[in-house]
Design a protein around this ligand. Structure first.
Ligand code: NDP
Ligand code: OXD
Length: 310
């Protein structure tokens, strides 16, 4: 009997994913019926995006797992109708994209590239930036993405520290954890990168008090989630100059409303949630590997801890 795999995401995603998913299933030797519509009681696996119209999992009585196409799970983790394992997306393509995006923005700040791009005063004013090993970058969130970012930055020579919920070890990274660790991390952060998930614990990680712990003139890069930052506190810190500049990819409301002060702020760069995109080919392979595991009785990869919210 072929497996029934429901693709529950926006219709345009089906166009992107149909072929790579079918190819990945064939490559894994899995016979399956993959479709955007299947009677609920016949579904074995659900490939899912939280902005899908599917929000009530109750009728999916046979489903063995929900396989999220997004790395972030805040849009599904609290869904009480979901009783089966939930896996989040860890996609090598997305990971590489995030490491490249963050590195680009770190380099912009590190080299002070804006000064050269915006200069039109005809003044020959040489300015020598420090070398990477003289610059401290701190990554809040040392998971799949934060660790990859750390490794790319280490490759260039930056000093890298990271902060996580639990104690961990990442080679050549100063690893800090817990509330005391956050204070230490922020005190170091000439450039802070936010790669935390949105959970009740991480909301407003950067607020008036914690922003004040950062060195004067620090930079912030947020590709994590909007609610990680108290927006009013950040705007105030930008206006006093305590924070020099922020690059924000994610917001409490997306698309960012046209009247949001971030758009016009001279010390803010807004990008439209494009830091890293799930790549259909590699993401399909990740999804299919979990289906293979489910069928082989092996543990699923990248399971979400529903209690912790990520
Ligand atoms: P992971 O789950 O792999 O890593 C999350 C990290 O955050 C872990 O190190 C975890 O600690 C840490 N963390 C969680 N809660 C806390 C806490 N309360 N205090 C301190 N640290 C905490 O997630 P990913 O790296 O895969 O993704 C991170 C986020 O990036 C996603 O949740 C999503 O919001 C965002 N994202 C944004 C994209 C974009 O295009 N802008 C694209 C993809 C993802 P520990 O190691 O101890 O578990
Ligand atoms: C994700 C994202 O969570 O794109 O995958 O933000």
């Amino acid at each position: 009997m072929p497996l029934n795999i429901l693709f529950a995401a926006r219709p345009e995603r089906w166009e992107t994913y149909e072929r790579p998913l079918k190819e990945a299933l064939a490559k894994a030797g899995i016979t399956a019926h993959l479709a955007p519509q299947i009677p609920a009681e016949e579904v074995d696996y659900i490939v899912y995006a939280p902005n899908s119209t599917l929000q009530d999992f109750t009728p999916y009585t046979r489903a063995k797992a929900v396989l999220n196409l997004w790395a972030g799970v805040e849009g599904i983790v609290g869904n009480d109708t979901l009783k089966v394992p939930l896996a989040r997306m860890v996609d090598p393509g997305l990971t590489q994209g995030m490491a490249e995006w963050v590195t680009g923005h770190v380099m912009r700040y590190h080299l002070g590239i804006d000064t050269d791009i915006t200069r039109n005063d005809a003044k020959w004013a040489p300015r020598i930036p420090p070398l990477a090993h003289q610059r401290q970058v701190v990554i809040l969130g040392l998971g799949a993405l934060g660790t990859a970012v750390a490794q790319m930055l280490l490759g260039i020579g930056f000093r890298v520290a990271g902060w996580s919920r639990s104690e961990k070890t990442v080679e050549s990274v100063q690893c800090l954890f817990g509330q005391e660790g956050l204070k230490q991390a922020l005190a170091l952060a000439e450039i802070a990168v936010l790669l935390l998930p949105k959970t009740p614990e991480t909301e407003n990680t950067l607020n008036a008090e914690t922003l004040a712990m950062m060195p004067k003139g620090a930079f912030i890069i947020n590709p994590g989630r909007g609610p990680l930052i108290d927006d009013d506190a950040l705007l105030a810190a930008l206006d006093t100059g305590h924070i020099s500049h922020a690059t924000l990819d994610v917001f409490r409301v997306e698309p960012l409303p046209t009247d949001n002060p971030y758009w016009a702020h001279p010390k803010v760069t807004v990008t439209p949630h494009i830091a890293a995109e799930t790549r259909a080919t590699t993401a399909s392979e990740a999804v299919v590997e979990n289906i293979r595991r489910g069928e082989a009785g092996e543990p699923f990869l990248n399971l979400v801890n529903r209690e912790l919210g990520y």
